[in-house]
Design a protein around this ligand. Structure first.
Ligand code: KIV
Length: 272
């Protein structure tokens, strides 16, 4: 079903709720730097997530845990300078909001003040309710993240599908309701059964954005490097690759090396 798309000069947290109400699906994609964010924004992606997945795809860490608040602020400022239309949401990194709500608020304020971003995202449900509430009370929009929450990977042990069992599914539904009630403007649901994700999306009035959560939610998010095929070793079932940039870039760079070695580059027209 195609839905008439309303034009937005700048997507806001209110626009996202409006999109859900109008049945317009929300597109969300990560970016971590100015050049990529410029392309993503010009392609009319509604929400740019400065994800802590930067820890994996940019810094090469195995998990999202090592990235620091200062590093997230650096990535976020670069993205904010590029984003003219999209809403920019920034992950508060692991260790910057879990210990108490004051620390959570301080971290959120630093992100908003020093990067110019529009909202923050945090992982978890009832365990972080106080922190979420405190950030919201300061006037900072908060997005939740439930299901597979990569900052808790050592608790889960694996990156497999979450909430397949009744108890975990029930907790996830309660957490989603709680996040809506305290005032979050949206929730990311990662790697959970499509049926459960649809049930959650239908039970709340705020947008539910899925990654590996099926098509019954209000929007989709992917890591841009995965979508472009730059991360060719990562092959989860939910990922649709729109390009194979790893291959194309490798070929281009090999050609450059050949041209330098053979003295073909630079030629006369490329010289002063
Ligand atoms: O950090 C990230 O990129 C994310 C998305 C996978 C939702 O949280």
């Amino acid at each position: 079903m195609s839905v008439a798309k309303k034009e937005y000069k700048r997507v806001t947290v209110k626009s996202l709720v409006e999109m859900k109400q109008n049945g317009e699906k929300i597109s969300m994609l990560t970016s971590y730097d100015y050049s990529m964010a410029k392309i993503v924004d010009a392609a009319q992606v509604d929400v740019i997530l400065v994800g802590d997945s930067a820890s994996n795809v940019i810094a090469g860490h195995e998990t999202t845990l090592p990235i620091t608040l200062d590093q997230m602020i650096y990535h976020a400022s670069s993205v904010v300078r590029a984003a003219k239309r999209a809403l920019v949401v920034v992950d508060i990194p692991f260790g910057s909001y879990q210990s108490d709500s004051k620390e959570a608020l301080r971290s959120a304020i630093r992100i908003m003040k020093e990067s110019g971003a529009h909202a923050v995202k945090v992982e978890g449900g009832s365990e972080i309710k106080q922190s979420v509430t405190r950030i919201l009370e300061a006037g900072i929009p908060v997005m939740g993240h439930l299901g597979l929450t990569p900052q808790s990977i050592y608790k889960f042990g694996t990156y497999t599908v979450r909430a397949k069992e009744e108890r975990e599914a029930e907790k996830l539904k309660e957490d989603a309701k709680m996040l809506e009630e305290v005032g979050c403007f949206g929730i990311v649901l990662e790697k959970i059964p499509a049926k459960l994700a649809q049930e959650v999306a239908e039970s709340v009035s705020i947008p539910i954005i899925g990654i590996g959560a099926g098509n019954g939610v209000d929007g989709q998010v992917l890591v841009v490097h995965d979508l472009l095929g730059m991360t060719h070793e990562f092959n989860p079932r939910f990922l649709r690759r729109y390009m194979n940039l790893y291959e194309d870039m490798s070929k281009a760079i090999s050609e450059y090396v050949t041209d330098v070695k053979s003295r073909d580059f630079p030629n006369e027209n490329e010289s002063y």
